[in-house]
Write a protein that binds this ligand. Structure first.
Ligand code: AMP
Ligand code: ZN
Length: 400
């Protein structure tokens, strides 16, 4: 009898440091998989399927799962995590999952998977944290920018984004400029459980995507020219889009989220010194808001395959540090921001040159606004009277 559950024994045992990564990549293995769990032992993977799989289909699914596991596990070794700050034991009074209470109180509502509307409480918190991140930008004299939500495909191609993160891309299109196609669409467009029933061939070729990050727009604006004044500090807030499939659950992981970034472009020392200064300044901010967190080395969520090497490289050269806030309700942590150094990757690929003719180095500090609010609520709950004084006072001022 075909089953909607499938249990697979990976040919290679998944080491504990890769359990989370394998689990998140399983979301992209097959459309029939609605839920995947990697046993903490690393020796069993349980799949829930959208429909019963006969023997042949089950074999096909197992083969794809084994392929992902092999690609992530073969030759992998445990990265050495470097901890720059550890304040995880800062006392935080709340222990429940704020998601349930936020939903129950109408403080968030879900439009679709990974797409949420934020009510007044979360909005005020987001605005408060935003103001603290903006203060950081001002402390560097950062020039303000506003970037579009859309990003041209040819830009992302130039920085190799399609190879590195194909699984999380979000594409944008429009109807072809064709009277019959537009007319047909207008007459027949309807949604069913699979989505919009567009007739084949209605859409124009894809030239644009929804932007996955903020700082890329600055690098594109600076491309193919000498860097003005030899160094730039900029800041912007923007909508970002990363499709994370079944991993999209609460404010923890969104398809559409907002990021505030402070971006540094210049020499290697300029970028690295400023990244470090930003971390030290943020240390004071996080202390004043009572956040339990730590800052540790990390890697980007590359797709499987050749990018395994890229992760190892990122670790070895300490290119990325994450601010990981404690989530007491699940005894784990969540990245609410990151301190990044890209070496001269964008300078080389986009031809941004320093006064001595060499490619510019870049780095950014990036804060996820919804995640910051979510982590704070997970630590302090929804009652403002239980919040640290600095946050209470600032929010009170915003209401008055
Ligand atoms: P990254 O550029 O990957 O370091 O992302 C910067 C920050 O954006 C992260 O530390 C998160 O706070 C936030 N972020 C990234 N992906 C998501 C997501 N899918 N949902 C919500 N926030 C996110
Ligand atoms: Zn960035």
């Amino acid at each position: 009898m075909p089953e909607t559950k499938l249990s697979i024994t990976p040919a290679l045992t998944i080491p504990d440091f890769l359990v989370g990564e394998v689990q998140s990549k399983l979301a992209y293995v097959d459309e029939w998989i609605v839920n995947a769990r990697v046993d903490p032992s690393g020796e069993k993977i349980d799949l829930d399927l959208s429909q019963p799989a006969a023997a042949e289909r089950a074999g096909e699914l197992a083969e794809k799962v084994q392929r992902v596991v092999a690609s992530l596990v073969e030759g992998a070794f445990k990265p050495k995590i470097q901890v720059l700050e550890d304040h995880l034991d800062r006392p935080a009074p709340y222990t429940a999952d704020p998601h349930t209470e936020l939903l129950a109180r109408g403080e968030i509502s879900q439009e679709a998977q990974g797409i949420f509307t934020l009510g007044p409480l979360v909005t005020r918190l987001v605005e408060y944290f935003e103001s603290r991140f903006r203060e950081l930008a001002v402390s560097f004299g950062a020039s303000p920018y506003r970037f579009p939500t859309l990003i041209p495909a040819r830009y992302l191609e130039r920085v190799n984004y399609f190879r590195a993160f194909p699984h999380s891309l979000t594409f944008v299109t429009h109807l072809r400029e064709d009277l019959d196609a537009i007319d047909h669409f207008a007459q027949h467009a309807a949604c069913d459980e699979h989505g919009l029933n567009e007739p084949a061939g209605s859409f124009a070729p894809i030239q644009t995507l929804l932007s996955p990050a903020v700082c890329y727009h600055l690098y594109f604006a600076l491309a193919d020219q000498p860097l003005p004044g030899g160094q730039v500090v900029a800041t912007a807030v923007g909508n970002c889009f990363r499709y994370e499939s079944t991993n999209l659950t609460s404010l923890e992981r969104l398809w559409n989220f907002t990021m505030r970034e402070v971006i540094f472009v210049g020499s290697k020392d300029f970028v690295l010194d400023n990244r470090e200064t930003a971390r030290q300044r943020m240390h004071q901010v996080f202390e004043s808001v009572g956040l339990a967190y730590r800052v540790e080395s990390a890697t980007d969520p590359f797709f499987i395959g050749e990018f395994r090497k890229q992760s190892v490289f990122q670790s070895a050269f300490q290119l990325k540090f994450e601010i990981r806030a404690r989530l007491p309700f699940k005894d784990s942590t969540l990245a609410v921001g990151s301190y990044n150094y890209h070496q001269n990757f964008f300078g080389r690929n986009l031809n941004i040159s320093l006064p001595d003719g060499t490619p510019a180095h870049t780095g950014c500090v990036a804060f996820g606004l919804e995640r910051m609010a979510f982590a704070f609520l997970a630590q302090y709950g929804l009652q403002p009277e239980n919040w640290p004084a600095a946050v209470q006072v600032a929010l009170q001022e915003r209401i008055e």
